[in-house]
Design a protein around this ligand. Structure first.
Ligand SMILES: Cc1ncc(COP(=O)(O)O)c(C=O)c1O
Length: 407
């Protein structure tokens, strides 16, 4: 079968069978190794997106492969009527790496959205002495997932409009300390925020914002819930981004990178927030099953063994310096921390740069019309970073040349 025929075939099959909620992809991938993936026609790509900050150990890492195979042969699933060793080990590990410690507790689900649904229910349980805590605050442009609770928390009206009415009680505020001061009082049950707004284009919060959020939520008995689904698991150079700011939240949601691609999510609570849920108030058939938790343990263990959290800082700096050294007139700014990097472009050219990169064998993404997102596996090497910079350089140059031709 010629490559063209094969491509047409899978495109047609995708169009005929997948829900229209998904935009049809341009490439069908078949296998991966480390930071590289190959499509069905044998073309190689350098993966600097990692399934959107998911494949922490890259593709086909032996630690992940071994954990899946070994656990699959032992025990895959048992229901929440039973405990299993990997489940307990992962809960204890998460309490340790988040710093929640002895007073921490962990709920397991299967995705980021589910972790945030659990966080939403946690917020509802923080009612206040007279039931006055009825408001949940989240940020404009924040992203928390596609299920109805997570969507209500998401500060993007365009994503919500076809699915109204939203779950009530959520208000979206500006990402400013003034907005925090104006909005947080004793009627607030929780403030839910991403430490870096990933889907908004890897946008940093203003200086002092997180500490002000901590101070005000604490003063008013509101939960500070951090969505670290994209920023967590070592990507920003700490296990969790909040640890770079010197405070503790009341809850953290985790997913994406925690099991390197195996679907699992978690809500980790700190201190008094750990006392809010009681038996029977929440659950999930698959949540915390032995296969998912075993894989997450293996991934976290390997991140720790290979010192990939500290590595995210140095590798992130190499990427940042490489992009800045290009001196491209199309690059306005470089945002983010560690290996979660946003490139702000001078105009609505992100899709063009993304497409030019893909043509040259580089996978990144364009979360909006003027931003690129770069989130390689934590195992990325210096040589791969240099190759990335070189392809990005060519891609920016190609878009700049096309702009000149049309000008
Ligand atoms: C910050 C954040 N929260 C929540 C989610 C939703 O996670 P999932 O797609 O696993 O449901 C995402 C996914 O992109 C995310 O980036």
């Amino acid at each position: 079968m010629s490559s063209e025929t094969q491509t047409e075939t899978w495109n047609d099959r995708f169009g005929a069978s997948l829900m229209r909620s998904l935009t049809p992809p341009k490439i069908m991938l078949e296998r991966g190794q480390g930071c590289r993936v190959w499509d069905v026609d044998g073309n190689e790509y350098l993966d600097f997106l990692a399934g959107i900050a998911v494949n922490s150990l890259g593709h086909a890492h032996p630690a992940l492969v071994e954990a899946i195979a070994d656990q699959a042969a032992k025990l895959v699933h048992v229901s929440n009527y039973f405990a299993t060793p990997p489940q307990l080990e992962l809960a204890e590990r998460l309490k340790r790496i988040t710093g929640a410690g002895d007073a921490g507790r962990v709920y397991f689900g299967n995705s980021g959205a589910e972790a945030n649904e659990a966080a939403f229910k946690l917020a509802r349980l923080n009612k206040g002495a007279d039931g006055q805590k009825t408001r949940i605050l989240a940020l404009k442009q924040g992203f928390h997932g596609r299920t109805m609770g997570a969507l209500a928390l998401t500060g993007k009206p365009a994503l919500q409009q076809d699915f109204l009415p939203m779950v009530p009680g959520v208000e979206h505020i500006d990402s400013t300390v003034d907005a925090l001061e104006e909005s947080i009082d004793d009627t607030v049950a929780a403030l839910v925020i991403e430490p870096i707004k990933g889907e908004a284009g890897v946008v940093d919060l203003p200086e002092g914002f997180l500490l002000a959020a901590r101070r005000l939520t604490e003063a008013h008995g509101a939960l500070l819930i951090l969505d670290e689904i994209q920023t967590g698991v070592g990507r920003t150079g700490n296990w969790f981004a909040f640890q770079g700011h010197g405070f503790r939240p009341d809850a953290v949601t985790v997913a994406k990178g925690i099991a390197g691609g195996f679907p699992i999510g978690a809500l980790v609570t700190f201190g008094w927030a750990s006392e809010l849920f009681s038996a029977g108030q929440h659950g999930s058939t698959f949540g915390g099953n032995p296969l998912g938790t075993r894989v997450a343990n293996a991934v976290l263990e390997e991140i720790e063994r290979a010192d990939l959290v500290a590595g995210a800082v140095t590798k992130g700096e190499r990427i940042r310096a490489g992009i800045q050294a290009l001196g491209s007139p199309l690059v306005e700014e470089v945002r983010g921390t560690g290996l979660l990097i946003g490139v702000g472009l001078t105009g609505p050219i992100a899709a063009a740069v993304n497409a030019a990169a893909l043509e040259r064998g580089l996978i990144i993404n364009a979360p909006n019309e003027s931003s690129l997102r770069i989130a390689p596996p934590l195992i990325v090497s210096d040589a791969e970073i240099d190759q990335f910079v070189s392809i990005l350089d060519q891609s920016l140059a190609a878009v700049a040349a096309a702009q000149e031709t049309t000008a």
